[in-house]
Design a binder for this molecule. Structure first.
Ligand code: SF4
Length: 676
């Protein structure tokens, strides 16, 4: 994309009023929500530095960690493939699909299958990067995106507009019209009705799909497992139900251990969706019985990036926080960039992944540093953006010339030259500061000349703070003489936020009360029961709701008592059953989550397919946090595990929270108290 084309796209975005409203609403809620989410993590700055160090170490010794990861994954029964680029990854996927068994059986509860192979896909930026859907569809394969936002943009024939919220650019009436036209439902702007319509269509896809395709949030070298986080439950469906699961993963998305993973998961959901933990945090170590699990590790420019001055961009954990923080992204939106990776991080990696056409994207930054401030792994994005502008993207030969040409504009080059001259002369530099202070006061939104911001546009999406009354060098000289006991800093909004976060009182609640409170904030429910009353309480719960069938994990409740009460028990997944009951291995006090482990009676399906999930948790099994849960031997030795944090949810239409997308819309924890 030439600079001119890029500018045209920017102008079109700025002129699109609906887009501007949608982007403002998204950014506002994400940015304030992120600050609130980090309040519960007083040591977040220290965690961020640790996360940065972990990612740096992994990228530094990537081949070593990859080798260990692949060895462990293969030992677990996962079939691992490595792809050097997009065509190779697509070829591998096509081959796997061709060799896959077809799913249709006589007992299928849904309509007869299409002629075409059906692929159910969950959200994955790596698959967007290699244009996988397009390649599969060209071979006659039907691919259905199952994340609500992705499904919407797929129906519109568009690319995602944001790496976390794909349909961020649309309003509810856009979706209403789309569903009326494509799904044949009556036009509505009611978001729960739109969500329910998509749920119904996509449930059928999950049950019929021959192959499930997902991305991967993290690979864990120590165990050979993969971690996938989601809120709707679609990632769980596509990794659990089809007989073949293919996971595509950028080769850099590794952590060394489950301890490192726990740290990353304390930062990722808070940064991405402002949650303490996503609704579903899956750990998959091995295939299920009668299932093939493939993992494709994709290079596609990552090795080049790793050997370039942009290496730090590989630390990225794709949370999207830098997009929400960026004043430029907030104006032009994801489609303006014409890359699947928009925003500050996209402007760095797109050139490395897709070639010199994407170098001009790095011009779309004010270098204000908001992206670096927001990044949970402390990537120095402004530094990387300036490197891209300076032509340091990892391409070679005749492409280098193209990059240098598409870097700075002639005007910018002239400015940098003049700036270089001024910066080399201390007196000239001091004088320029005074002039700049005077000039900026005119433009500042806090200026007395209030008409100027309105005229220039300053202050619309990003405030230009008023310059200090005295330059830094003068104040510094004064500071050296002053009493050092007095904190002389001027309070910036960032300082105030940090102070608020660090002054949070220590939580003195009991694990049970903390767990109960946290679960309520994510729309879950706790029912306290004594050990002796557990089965009868569950029976009463079912009767009160007119339920007479349950998918029950074996050895959890007294089955004879339940049968006498007229409850039909199944230990197998059945989409027509409305309630599933599983054991919770532990609870997490700081998030209100419960941990379910795969085993006899298919507890992972029992906690996914029904409308209501009952988890039985012993009060003494509540642990402080995810870190403690991931250290349990049962987790490390399991085929698959899921941490459930409340009912399934989505906020893909206008950021409006809707409970009950693909997974259960109700979660009840029966908290069992035992006599001492
Ligand atoms: S660069 Fe940082 S803030 Fe941006 S998506 Fe990656 S991890 Fe998130």
């Amino acid at each position: 994309m030439s600079r001119t084309e890029f500018r045209e796209r920017i102008r079109a975005s700025l002129a699109n009023k609906t887009l501007q409203i949608a982007l403002d609403a998204n950014a506002e809620r994400r940015v304030t929500g992120r600050v609130a989410a980090f309040v519960s993590l007083p040591d977040w700055r220290e965690r961020r530095q640790r996360a940065h160090a972990i990612r740096a170490e992994v990228i530094e010794h990537l081949e070593e960690h990859l080798e260990k990861f692949v060895r462990n994954a293969e030992r677990n029964g996962i079939i691992v493939h490595r792809a050097k680029d997009a065509p190779e990854a697509i070829k591998i996927v096509l081959q796997i699909i061709e060799d896959s068994p077809r799913r249709y059986t006589k007992e299928s509860v849904v309509s007869p299958r299409d002629e075409k192979v059906l692929v159910a896909k969950s959200k994955s930026m790596v698959t967007e990067e290699i244009h996988l859907n397009h390649a599969l569809e060209a071979q006659g394969i039907r691919v259905v995106e199952t994340d609500l936002g992705e499904y919407i943009v797929q129906l519109r024939g568009e690319k995602p507009a944001h790496i976390i919220t794909p349909a961020v650019h649309l309003r509810r009436d856009d979706v209403g019209k789309l569903f009326h036209e494509k799904l044949g439902i009556p036009y509505t702007e009611d978001i729960p009705s739109l969500t329910a319509a998509a749920r119904q269509v996509l449930r059928d896809v999950f049950l019929r799909a021959d192959v499930g395709i997902s991305g991967v949030n993290f690979g864990i070298a120590e165990t050979g497992g993969i971690c996938i986080v989601s809120n709707e439950g679609n990632a769980r469906m596509v990794t659990t139900l089809p007989p073949v699961h293919i996971a595509l993963m950028g080769m850099e998305r590794l952590v060394r251990s489950l301890d490192d993973l726990a740290l990353m998961l304390s930062l990722l959901p808070r940064s991405a969706t402002t949650q303490k933990l996503s609704v579903y945090t899956q750990l998959i170590h091995a295939p299920f019985p009668d299932q093939q699990r493939h993992l494709i590790l994709l290079d596609n420019g990552r090795t080049q990036l790793r050997n370039s001055p942009l290496k730090e961009s590989l630390y990225c954990i794709r949370c999207g926080a830098c997009l929400n923080a960026c004043p430029v992204f907030r104006e032009i939106g994801g489609h303006g960039y014409h890359s699947v990776y928009p925003g500050p991080i996209g402007s760095v990696i797109s050139a490395g992944f897709f070639g010199p056409d994407f170098v001009p994207l790095a011009q779309a930054s004010s270098l204000c540093g908001a992206c670096k401030e927001a990044c949970p792994v402390d990537i120095d994005l402004p530094k990387l953006l300036t490197r891209v502008r300076a032509g340091q993207s990892p391409v070679s030969g005749d492409q280098l010339h193209a990059i240098q040409d598409s870097g700075l504009s002639p005007l910018s080059k002239l400015f940098m030259k003049v700036y270089g001259l001024i910066a080399r002369g201390p007196r000239l530099y001091a004088l320029s500061q005074k002039l700049a202070a005077w000039g900026t006061r005119l433009l500042s939104p806090f200026s007395d000349y209030v008409w100027l911001p309105a005229f220039t546009g300053w202050g619309y999406s990003k405030d230009l703070p008023k310059f200090a009354a005295r330059p830094f060098r003068e104040r510094f000289a004064g500071l050296q003489e002053a009493d050092t006991q007095v904190d002389r800093r001027t309070s910036t909004p960032a300082d105030i936020q940090e102070t608020q976060i660090n002054q949070m009182p220590l939580d003195r609640k009991t694990p049970v009360s903390q767990f109960t409170e946290e679960l309520a904030t994510v729309n879950g429910n706790v029912i306290h029961v004594h050990q002796d009353e557990l089965t009868q309480s569950v029976v009463d719960f079912l009767k009160a709701r007119g339920v007479d069938r349950i998918h029950l994990e074996p050895d959890l409740l007294e089955e004879s008592v339940m049968q006498q009460a007229g409850i039909i028990i199944s230990h197998r997944p059945d989409p027509s059953i409305r309630v599933g009951a599983t054991k919770a291995i532990c609870g997490l006090a700081d998030t209100g989550s419960v941990l379910i482990v795969d085993g006899e009676g298919n507890p992972l399906q029992a906690s996914l397919l029904p409308e209501t999930h009952i988890a039985v948790l012993c009060a003494s099994d509540i642990l402080p946090s995810l870190e403690n849960a991931l250290a349990l031997p049962r987790v490390r030795g399991s085929r698959a595990t899921v941490v459930v944090t409340g009912p399934s949810r989505t906020a893909d239409i206008e950021m409006s929270l809707t409970i009950g997308m693909h997974g259960p819309g109700q979660v009840y924890i029966f908290l069992v108290h035992v006599d001492d």
